[in-house]
Design a protein around this ligand. Structure first.
Ligand code: S3P
Length: 418
């Protein structure tokens, strides 16, 4: 018999929380944000902004922000594990003419920064990075930025948003071309703030837009965090979960299509927009009889952060699941292709590591073994979910990394399966 639905409230979206703080920092009036993501990454962005003279007053997950004139921070700004934090903040500070050094933990120091350094230099920014301009720490010196007309060479919302924030803060025009659409939270927030941003012949155009209005917004629930509970309900017999108030931006929800095509029973009820984003509720129940699928490479940018979860679900589906066109996964908090392949093998799975993805064979045997998370929050959460299938015996090398994005995850997981 099915259990009654358990309702889980997932805290604010990490991507939108970073952007809301950074945009609020440009307004001299007071912005009010509620349901801010409570993870370490967003806390690092908030702390770095404070060091640049922005007032950030937090009460639980609500925050009041007063920005305006930024000042040079004293000492190095540490962005911890956060790729979004460091890349977006670099754009904002370069545009605002701030002198600063930005750094991060060992994982962030191994992730490429040339993807932002090159276009920022093309705008006239005086920015240098270590090891041939490719890695943190990043050093910004005061400079006046000029307009940019640019083809984004990688499908990256972080690069796109870095440049939008640089153009915005410097009050210079931008014209950007994306070959593949990536998450558009920055654009949506800018629209809600009255910025002069539009699409013309498929190009993203930003005209000088300062001063911005202050931002008043509730951050929608984090769909990438909720994804782990969607996967849990799909995998665990008799489970039914209700997940209200989630951001349902179509550039983030492609994993729902994939899980449905694997046999997941997922229902969606749309609600009113928040922060310029579509928001709604999900109800997910175990359906049984999952089947493997080929994930279309064109969908990868819209499910990039959900691949760890999809990989563990695929390990329980009949047949083969192929994920290709996902080379960017090697440049995340860990090399996620390698981390997932090693983790699945460690629990008895049959998986082939491809240059740009994974080939996963489903198995019936309960997964058992010790998984190295490689300090990657999404790898840890994916295997924590797999560890809840009947008969599983999975040990994780650590779970502290989960607080990077989803501080409430362990408590919600315990409630979901109680
Ligand atoms: C993010 C964009 C994606 C995503 C990351 C968050 C963002 O990275 O993987 O978790 O908030 O812009 P890329 O832009 O590097 O693809």
């Amino acid at each position: 018999m099915q259990r009654p639905p358990v309702t889980l409230e997932v805290a604010g979206d990490k991507s939108i929380s970073h952007r809301a703080l950074l945009l609020a920092a440009l307004s001299p009036a007071t912005s009010r944000l509620s349901n801010l993501n409570a993870g370490h990454d967003v806390a690092c962005t908030a702390a770095a902004l404070e060091r640049c003279g922005v007032e950030v007053v937090r009460q639980g997950n609500d925050v009041r922000v007063r920005g305006g004139l930024l000042r040079d921070p004293v000492g190095v700004l540490h962005l911890g594990n956060s790729g979004t934090g460091v890349r977006l903040l670099a754009g904002l500070l370069a545009g605002a003419g701030i002198e600063a050094t930005l750094d991060g933990d060992a994982s962030l120091r191994s992730r490429p920064m040339d993807r932002i350094v090159e276009p920022l230099r093309a705008m006239g920014a005086d920015v240098t990075a270590e090891r041939d301009g490719r890695y943190l720490p990043l050093h910004l010196r005061r400079s006046a930025l000029r307009r940019l007309d640019y083809d984004l060479p990688v499908a990256s919302a972080q690069v796109k948003s870095c440049l939008l924030l640089a153009g915005l803060a410097a009050n210079v025009p931008l014209r950007l071309r994306e070959s593949v659409p990536t998450r558009d939270h920055t654009e949506r927030l800018l629209g809600a703030l009255g910025a002069r941003l539009y699409i013309e012949d498929g190009e993203l155009v930003l005209e000088p837009s300062l001063p911005l209005r202050p931002l008043q917004a509730r951050i929608p629930g984090d769909i990438s965090g909720a994804a782990f509970f969607v996967g849990l309900a799909v995998l665990v017999p008799r489970l039914c979960l209700s997940l209200p108030g989630l951001g349902l931006n179509p550039r983030r929800t492609a994993f729902l299509e994939i899980l449905r095509s694997m046999g997941g029973d997922i229902r969606l009820s749309p609600g009113a927009d928040e922060a310029g984003e579509p928001v709604g509720d999900l109800q997910v129940r175990h359906a049984g009889g999952l089947v493997g699928v080929d994930v279309p490479p064109a969908l990868v940018p819209a499910l990039i952060d959900e691949i760890p979860l999809l990989a563990v679900v695929a390990s329980r589906a009949r047949g083969v699941t192929r994920i290709r066109g996902a080379g960017e996964l090697r440049l995340k908090e860990s090399d996620r292709i390698a981390s997932l392949a090693a983790g699945l093998r460690a629990v008895g799975g049959a998986v082939e590591e491809l240059d740009d993805g994974l080939r996963i064979e489903g198995m019936d045997r309960p997964p058992a073994g010790r998984v190295e998370t490689r300090l990657d929050h999404r790898v840890a959460m994916a295997f924590a979910v797999l560890g809840r299938v009947p008969g599983a015996a999975i040990e994780l090398s650590e779970t502290a990394s989960i607080a990077t994005s989803f501080a409430e995850f362990p408590e919600l997981l315990a409630r979901a399966v109680a």
